[in-house]
Design a binder for this molecule. Structure first.
Ligand SMILES: [Zn+2]
Length: 122
């Protein structure tokens, strides 16, 4: 399932997973951290950097496909709440299908308010 589309901005893709910065760099896009490039769509950024968009999109999508296989559940060590990536936590802004790694760092346990580092893989 392709998740990355050519009209997504660099910032959006980086927000999904900071590890994609590595893919951008390997592909020759060395200024992924600069504000002007992060606001560009993937297509615009490729045009600016003279890169082919299709191989880059394939790499990015391969990256996210690999991640999707690793959809482990995480349990709150404080209260026992289990985060299931298939369900996410829509009430708190985490869409269904969000891998644990992609859950925002500021997300907390919806039952007891524990932070992400209080969770363990189950
Ligand atoms: Zn909890």
């Amino acid at each position: 399932m392709a998740k990355i589309t050519r009209d997504m901005t660099i910032a959006q893709i980086l927000n999904m997973d900071m590890a994609t910065a590595q893919i951008f760099m390997e592909s020759g896009m060395h200024c992924v951290g600069c504000p002007s490039s992060s606001g560009e769509s993937l297509e615009q950024a490729c045009a600016v950097h003279g890169l082919e968009i299709d191989p880059l999109m394939k790499k990015l999508n391969d990256h996210f496909t690999t991640e999707e296989i690793d959809m482990k559940k995480y349990e709150c060590t404080v209260c026992g709440y289990v985060y299931d990536p298939a369900e996410g936590d829509p009430d708190n802004g985490v869409a269904a299908g969000t891998a644990w790694e992609a859950v925002p760092a500021e997300w907390v346990c919806p039952l007891c308010g524990a932070e992400k580092d209080m969770f363990e893989a189950v």
